[in-house]
Design a protein around this ligand. Sequence first.
Ligand SMILES: [Zn+2]
Ligand SMILES: [Zn+2]
Length: 291
Amino acid sequence: MLIGAHVSTAGGLVEAHRRGVERGCEAIQIWGQSPRQWRPGRWRPDDIAAFRDRMADGPIKSVVIHAIYLINCASTDRDIRRKSAGSLVHALRTGEAIGADGVVVHPGSAKGEPNDEALPRVAELLKHALDESDRCPLLLENTAGAGDTIGRSFEELAQLIKLCGRRKRVRVCLDSCHLLASGFDIRTADKLAAVVDRLLELVGDRRVSCLHLNDSQTALGSNRDRHAPPGDGELGPRGCAAFLSEPRFEDLPVVFEGPGVEGKAPAKADVDRMKQLRRNGLRARRRRARK
Ligand SMILES: [Zn+2]
Ligand SMILES: [Zn+2]
């Protein structure tokens, strides 16, 4: 497992890398552009080249880009759809340029319409973005289930993968806070294992490519997306340890998105805590195996 955090790209990619190293990250997540603006940001070619050099022989082994929240692939508004497509294509091309393991996107919100009617429209936009880019995987993130958001159930994620023609580049990013908020009890290793069984049964074995380990300020099934530092929320130390030691997550990058213990951005203390929780989880697993 590659443990890390979301880091700021203020000052460029090399600065983001430096922040990751400073925090002891083995994986990082970054925004591909300013999260509150449609206007695509571009990194300088020399910054990209220097970033790739550092990635090639540094402690950070994985980088993913988070697509901006303004994107709504389920929208019926032509202008929003055009901008969403542009931003997603830009993120995928940027991902390719920097050697990212994927672009994480929230599938969207159907705004009152039944989700099964919106799903083909989401898939249409995702396919367009894949056609307009070459290699970078697209990671559909499960959502907390607020309002009419799409992707709160594994059935919806599976349906989207199917509607995208089961292309290899369509993958899944699993967020622990969103799982709990959308009603999946993953607070013990056994309960998490049952949820993962169900997920893999529906989306397939190799689709899950990235994890977000966020604890949740709000309760099971609250449908609210309020992150807490690892171990400080409703998942608690036990739930976070289970997530960080689930055998089928073993080779994946896992990032904490914040807010962290020291304020807004994830800090070294959060990453250290994740590593400790993983050790606790592995120890508990070995104990269970001996019984
Ligand atoms: Zn997330
Ligand atoms: Zn979230």
